[in-house]
Design a binder for this molecule. Structure first.
Ligand code: B16
Ligand code: MG
Length: 217
């Protein structure tokens, strides 16, 4: 039986990847190299510090740890400017309906995001009240594919891993779910998310009845 659903944030409930992209691109421009939307795919679901390392690798640049901390902060300040303007119109199609359907069916809901800015995004979009537990980048020490974020979420909800389902758009997130002993729903393409138990293009056509059927749970 399904007792809990754990949601990744960026790419599942909202599309903040576009703001991460503009903010990283502004930094790349300033440092004098090209950073494309395709490059940005590599940063999805990856922590801020790890993202910067990938960005600098693309640019072929090396910096000290202190300089990197300053660059990451500069990017984050720009990113925060963008997300501070978000509202409920940026919730991805079907996400709000599915969160409500979980609640109506007595299924607990948790966030499992790498972002240290998750609270700002949840508050600005009005999603905060739909969560029974919120685990974000301020509460974790290991990044996905480490299962920590989802294990903490299930623990805070008081639900065993085998009764918890993870919703993820990133390959590393699907792997984190499986390492946590949880089933997963990939949001996106089966090409990249083939390791998930089921893959759907979005939460648009998802509801609890279909989820139970698809997972035989
Ligand atoms: P921040 P998720 C992730 O969110 C993003 O996909 C990733 O691009 C970003 O670098 C990471 O959060 C950290 O975000 O800089 O705000 O702490 O998909 O785990 O919800
Ligand atoms: Mg994501």
């Amino acid at each position: 039986t399904i007792q809990a659903c754990l949601f990744d944030l960026d790419g599942v409930l909202v599309d903040t990847a576009k703001y991460h992209y503009i903010a990283w691109k502004e930094l790349a421009d300033k440092l004098g190299f090209e950073f494309t939307e395709k490059d940005n795919e590599r940063l999805k679901g990856v922590s801020r510090a790890a993202s910067l390392n990938i960005l600098l690798e693309i640019g072929g640049l090396t910096f000290s740890e202190d300089e990197k901390a300053r660059l990451a902060e500069e990017k984050n300040n720009r990113y925060v400017e963008y997300i501070s303007k978000m509202d409920s119109s940026e919730i991805l199609p079907g996400a709000l309906e599915f969160l409500k359907d979980c609640r109506d069916n007595g299924i607990k809901v948790a966030l499992g995001s790498a972002s240290k800015n998750a609270m700002t995004i949840l508050n600005n979009t009005g999603l905060t009240p739909y969560f029974d537990a919120i685990i974000d980048g301020t509460k974790t020490s290991a990044a996905k594919p480490d299962p920590e974020v989802f294990l903490l979420g299930a623990q805070e909800l008081g639900v065993p891993a085998e009764n918890s389902i993870v919703f993820e758009d990133a390959e590393a997130g699907v792997e984190a779910a499986s390492r946590a002993g949880m089933a997963s729903v990939g949001i996106g393409s089966p090409d990249t998310l083939g390791a998930a138990n089921i893959v759907v293009p979005s939460l648009q056509d998802m509801n609890v009845v279909r989820l139970r059927e698809a997972l035989s749970a």
